[in-house]
Design a protein around this ligand. Structure first.
Ligand code: CP
Length: 338
């Protein structure tokens, strides 16, 4: 695909070469993300960050990624801080905000709304999560992490064995990740969820059409026994009709160190898009895994910065100019080892 000036709305728009290009640029930008170098390549550019749902990682890492490339960030968080609360349409909001920004990152609770906004925008728009539909930048950072985690283990994304666990119906990160995996070869996917929260049939069909082996299960322990990656997800309680309905599923699948030791192959990588739900009633990924070196969740969040920097550099067409605008970092940067 031609990245310059493009919206990033769905992983459907990528071919394998596009994903590999993003990862290659992310590798190139890693010294900048890790504060070993600095660059002002986007000095003067403005990111409009519009987050109409709660977010820590996506909102702050998009903003930090833009800052690390030298650009500035204008944030709108929550409908109540926006004129949408006064009845303004997404069309008008997009026309206005795209006059103030060079690129926009947006999260919205309604599936398809970011694409609707992008259709009216005069600048590129990146989908930071639209309802239970998609979260393309998360899937990219997840796949980038998977590739890096497996690189030292003589495994690769082709022939990957992965178990996705939890709320596969409403979890947009697993929807996007499954679609990206369709670009790779001979993947084994075990989908572990309560029957009511199964992966949408269309996505299972896409995995099978790509030649992948798909197993669906509602039993955690047997499903994580022979995989490279366990990708756990939270019950997306904000998507349920009621709290009581979400409570039916919360805590159904809990991975802790004891279960990991008894059932997983040595060195199975543990991932989660975060936030994990650390309340006693949930704990889908227990805190007692925090010292497990195979817990990759904070390497995922670090990689999110790098991958989002790569998206900005590609969309705004400055990849080849980064080094020209680079200087040394002169402040204390210790403690950054993931
Ligand atoms: N993974 C993710 O989307 O996290 P936030 O909701 O904190 O952005």
């Amino acid at each position: 695909m031609e990245f310059a000036g493009s919206h990033i709305l769905s992983v459907d728009q990528f071919e394998r070469g596009d994903v590999e290009r993003i990862f290659s640029v992310a590798d190139q930008l890693e010294p900048y993300a890790r504060r070993r170098r600095r660059t002002r390549v986007l000095e003067g550019a403005i990111l409009g960050a519009m987050f109409f749902e709660p977010s820590t990682r996506t909102r702050v890492s998009f903003g930090s990624a833009f800052n690390l490339l030298g650009g500035e960030v204008r944030e709108t968080t929550g409908f109540e801080q926006s004129a949408i609360a006064k009845g303004e349409s997404l069309y008008d909001t997009a026309r206005v905000l795209s006059g103030y920004s060079d690129v926009i990152a947006m999260r919205h609770p309604t599936a398809g709304s970011v694409a609707e906004f992008a259709a009216a925008s005069r600048v590129p728009v990146i989908n930071g999560g639209d309802g239970s539909n998609e979260h393309p930048s998360q899937a990219l950072l997840d796949l980038y992490t998977i590739g890096r985690e497996l690189a030292g283990r003589d495994r690769s994304i082709d022939q990957l064995r992965i178990a996705m666990v939890g709320d596969l119906r409403y979890g947009r990160t697993v929807h996007s990740l499954c679609k990206l995996l369709c670009l790779f070869d001979r993947v084994q996917v075990v989908l572990v969820s309560p029957g009511e929260l199964r992966m949408p049939e269309g996505i299972v069909d896409e995995l099978r059409a790509a030649g992948h082996e798909v197993l669906e299960s509602d039993a955690l322990e047997a499903s994580i026994a022979h995989v490279d990656i366990v990708y756990s997800t939270r019950i997306q309680e904000e998507r349920f009709q009621s709290q009581a309905e979400a409570d039916l599923y919360r805590g159904r699948f809990r991975l802790n160190q004891s279960i990991y030791t008894r059932h997983c192959e040595p060195n199975t990588v543990i991932m989660h898009p975060l936030p994990r739900d650390s309340r006693d009633s949930a704990r889908e990924l227990d805190d007692d895994l925090n010292d497990n070196p195979n817990l990759a969740i904070f390497r995922q969040t670090d990689n999110g910065l790098t991958v989002r920097m790569a998206l900005f550099a590609l969309i705004l067409d400055v990849v080849d100019q980064v080094e020209k605008h680079a200087t040394a970092v002169t402040w204390y940067v210790g403690g950054r080892t993931p």
